[in-house]
Design a protein around this ligand. Structure first.
Ligand code: SF4
Length: 374
């Protein structure tokens, strides 16, 4: 493993709106590159500009804490940052990859978020997160902490082929169980499911069943993208060695789309399977409102719920006006409660959406949304 220490100019990325998949408003990569070296990792694709050989070279932002401290300093900002979720959710490198044992950048960032009173959402594949259970508990008590793990399935044998550098799914579920026992909300990011290997009804059902048994608060689901270039070449090489008979099926669903997406038909079929199984086990398919309704201001709350509603309605193959309404609300300057009598003037808001927004303003959620969620 080659390690490159650098001094970064900035750390915190502020999103234009709250991300409804992860509930985060700020993101960061303390490390670039990831020693976990999952075979499907899209951090490997050229578009992320990660230096060196992915999986064998990691860049460490050694001054990250100094930069973060100044970025979080309210006196340096015209508008202080809202106390919304900060995401330690990877992207181009797991925050708990092995180098974290030595550098403790994630640990020190968490201590800073506790001091500055920010809620956090951690997404990892490493049980090293248990090391920081003390500080995560403190953050959870003061604001909120969510700990999530990503999985391509709960099958240890399949995982050993595609995720050779991380603890087994069984170990990951055990760690989640420990966090749940400490009263911390936990989620599963079932992403990506690997076509024709972990997306079958049997493998998916086993995974969702285990998430339910672990009493996880939600599962967020997605298929696998394979971008042309390094990512696809690396993955296909592993597939050729271990599952050569699947090559023609992959050729049929990955048609060299710019974003590495599969065909619409394939994507719809795995969504259908996920929809049926997650409903069978009554597990929320997005982060539920009880984990964020006391944190977000009213416009952001309504926009997130409507965006999630858009996803859930489409999963049920129902028409959805909610995505457009969510987008319009995220652009509004004035609070929704000030224009309560005039909600229909917002682009995309019709009669049904208007009543959902009114209910959100009154109760912090919507019964229609809550029903669709499980
Ligand atoms: S843990 Fe995440 S960031 Fe690291 S290699 Fe695996 S998928 Fe990529």
């Amino acid at each position: 493993m080659r390690v490159k220490e650098i001094k970064a100019k900035s750390i915190l990325r502020k999103a234009k709106k709250v991300d409804s998949w992860f509930l985060i408003s700020y993101g960061m990569n303390l490390y670039r590159g990831c020693a976990h070296n999952c075979v499907y990792c899209d951090g490997r694709s050229e578009g992320y500009y990660v230096d060196g050989e992915f999986g064998h070279e990691v860049t460490v932002k050694i001054n990250a804490l100094d930069i973060l401290k100044s970025e979080l300093d309210p006196t340096r900002k015209k508008l202080p940052l809202k106390h919304y979720f900060v995401g330690l959710v990877g992207g181009v490198g797991d925050s708990y990859q092995p180098l974290e044992k030595k550098y403790k950048l994630t640990r020190r960032a968490l201590e800073l978020f506790h001091e500055k009173k920010f809620p956090v959402h951690i997404l990892t594949k490493s049980t090293l997160v248990e090391r920081d259970i003390d500080i995560i508990k403190k953050i959870n008590k003061q604001n909120r902490a969510i700990v999530s793990f990503s999985f391509s399935s709960a099958n240890d044998e399949i995982s050993s082929v595609f995720e050779p550098g991380v603890p087994t799914p069984t170990e990951r579920l055990k760690t989640l169980s420990k966090f749940k026992k400490e009263g911390i909300a936990c989620g599963m990011y079932l992403m990506p499911v690997i076509p024709f290997i972990t997306d079958t009804p049997e493998v998916m059902e086993n995974t969702i069943k285990k998430a339910k048994e672990t009493e996880l608060d939600f599962i967020v689901f997605a298929g696998m993208t394979l971008k042309e270039g390094r990512q696809k070449e690396y993955f296909m090489e592993t597939l050729r060695r271990n599952f050569p008979y699947l090559l023609p099926q992959y050729e049929n669903i990955y048609l060299k789309n710019k974003w590495g997406e599969t065909t619409k038909e394939y994507y719809e079929s795995i969504n259908k399977t996920f929809n049926l199984l997650s409903k069978k086990y009554k597990i929320p398919r997005r982060i539920p409102a009880y984990l964020y309704k006391d944190i977000l201001e009213e416009n952001d709350l309504a926009a997130v719920i409507l965006e999630q509603l858009d996803y859930l309605a489409k999963l049920e193959e129902k028409p959805s006006p909610y995505g457009y309404a969510a987008y319009s609300i995220s652009k509004l300057k004035e609070p929704l409660s000030k224009i309560k009598e005039n909600l229909r003037s917002i682009k995309g808001v019709g009669k049904v959406t208007e009543s959902i927004i009114k209910e959100i303003l009154q109760t912090g959620s919507s019964r229609y949304y809550e029903n669709l969620l499980k």
